[in-house]
Design a protein around this ligand. Structure first.
Ligand SMILES: Cc1cc2nc3c(=O)[nH]c(=O)nc-3n(C[C@H](O)[C@H](O)[C@H](O)COP(=O)(O)OP(=O)(O)OC[C@H]3O[C@@H](n4cnc5c(N)ncnc54)[C@H](O)[C@@H]3O)c2cc1C
Length: 449
């Protein structure tokens, strides 16, 4: 019986799992169907690839991701900062030390993880599509590619949301639409232009009624903007048109310092992404021993919340700690998967609740229905609470912990009461941010009026 652990998929989940397992003493190798990314960090950061189409969309790396990186993979954290990633704290009075985001393109994060694997001598095979597991007596004994069988005692499935292995060896616990279509574009700040401010750590979020937009600061002067709409809202469908997209962005006062002439230049097309779903899976009772689904293969959450990489790294940590020194690896892996499923559940439920609230509000706004009743039912908006820091710093700190993924929910009776006390204060206070454009302004800009 082989003593090898095969990790399938070299996204953030697969790379971080391979690194942690190898450092926990397991003989590990990675199999990835995409070709290897360029070696040079600047090229790798801008690299996009077919196997991870979300590499063409903005990524934010939350406080939990940074904390885990610093604790468990400090060399990767250092390498990222040395190559242009920035740490951007949430600017909230009393914010704790872990309320800090890492501003980096996803490509740079994958580059730093891959480089650490290379330093450790962990083999990465690229251009290899894994077709299925090899199973004997109910246990994994390897994996099958188009032209070979690779022996392995454990196979970690980090193949992402479209994993064929997960379709075969897991069951779907929940599958709920996110209710958002993204349109994203990347830009580069001109040499010497200082990074303009962002409102919440490395991101500026602007919630409109029936749409939303966010600007993400990344590494080395790179930044990106996405504008989201409801899937059925065809009136905003032209957001995917480059010129219409730019006309809409010009309506957001918070984005102007980034997009003014001489500051940011586009470096990509506008890329739409539709059909996104929140999906939670669980290991099938009859899955072979030694099969370990992880990352997006086990749980996908709406990118609006920027949680995927943090969830993936946390799962890698749970697995590596369970396997370090374990005698019976498949048994320890099974226990870790069950622990992971339980750990994921509240994060998943929270995202579904937030999505339900947002889509209900957006649908009412698009239909021009009264919003008061809908607004009263919504869970607290964390960004509104961060803005309210001068009035209730403790509430803002709770919001900061939630946004950073240090707490799973903001929707407790105590916090709801505090929010209710705060609302009248906020109604009379000067607005903390420039208001978003109205829907009719957005529609006019799309039409070119
Ligand atoms: C539009 C969008 C925006 C997002 N923004 C954020 C964000 O801001 N912050 C955040 O934390 N998360 C974000 N995410 C989620 C994040 O990308 C993932 O959750 C995270 O990267 C973990 O993904 P993963 O490694 O499990 O899967 P993936 O990144 O999808 O990687 C899977 C890998 O497996 C490979 N593969 C698949 N099948 C096979 C096979 N049969 N054989 C070999 N290789 C295979 C693929 O080529 C790919 O490299 C976003 C997602 C989307 C869709």
């Amino acid at each position: 019986m082989s003593d090898r652990t095969a990790v399938v998929g070299a996204g953030i989940a697969g790379l971080s799992t391979a690194l942690l397992l190898s450092r926990a003493g397991l003989r590990t190798e990675v199999h990835e169907r995409d070709p290897a990314a360029p070696d040079h960090p600047a090229e790798a950061a801008a690299h996009t690839r077919a196997g991870a189409p979300q590499s063409r969309h903005p990524h934010i790396f939350l406080g939990l991701f940074r904390r885990q990186l610093r604790e468990h993979l400090p060399d990767v954290h250092d390498d990222l900062l040395r190559h242009g990633a920035e740490e951007v704290p949430l600017q909230s009075p009393g914010a704790g030390p872990d309320q800090v985001m890492i501003a980096a393109r996803r490509g740079l994060v994958e580059w730093a993880l891959s480089r650490a694997l290379d330093r450790d001598g962990v083999p990465r095979r690229h251009g290899v599509t894994v077709r299925d597991l090899e199973v004997a007596d109910g246990a994994v004994c390897g994996l099958r590619t188009d032209d070979a069988v690779h022996p392995a005692r454990l196979v970690v499935d980090a193949c992402g949301s479209r994993s064929q292995l997960a379709r075969r060896y897991t069951t779907t616990v929940a599958d709920v639409e996110c209710g958002k279509v993204y349109n994203s574009r990347f830009y580069q700040l001109a040499e010497g232009v200082p990074r303009p401010p962002t409102r919440y750590g490395s991101v500026t979020v602007v919630d409109g009624l029936g749409f939303g937009a966010a600007l993400f600061s990344h590494d080395n002067g790179s930044f990106s903007v996405d504008v989201g709409r409801l899937p059925e809202d065809g009136d905003l469908g032209d957001l995917r048109d480059t010129r219409a997209f730019e006309r809409v962005l010009a309506l957001f006062p918070d984005f102007r310092p980034w997009l003014r002439p001489g500051a940011g230049t586009p470096v990509s097309e506008v890329v739409p992404m539709a059909g996104l779903r929140n999906v939670l899976r669980a290991l099938s009772p009859d899955a072979p021993r030694g099969y370990v689904p992880l990352g997006d293969a086990l749980c996908v959450t709406d990118p609006t919340f920027g949680r995927g990489a943090s969830l993936a790294l946390a799962q890698a940590v749970i697995l590596s700690q369970a396997l370090a020194g374990a005698e019976d690896l498949p048994r320890a892996a099974l226990r870790a998967t069950r622990d992971t499923e339980a750990w994921l559940r509240p994060w998943f439920d929270d995202v579904v609740a937030q999505d339900t609230a947002r889509t209900t509000l957006w649908r009412a706004a698009v239909a021009d229905e009264p919003l008061e009743a809908v607004l009263a039912q919504l869970p607290p908006n964390p960004f509104m609470l961060l803005d309210a820091a001068p009035h209730d710093p403790e509430l803002a700190d709770a919001a900061g912990r939630y946004v950073s993924m240090l707490d799973t929910t903001l929707d407790t009776p105590d916090l709801r009461q505090r929010v209710a006390r705060l609302v009248p204060v906020l109604m009379t206070a000067a607005p903390a941010a420039a208001p978003p454009p109205s829907r009719s302004e957005v529609l006019k800009a799309l039409a070119g009026d």
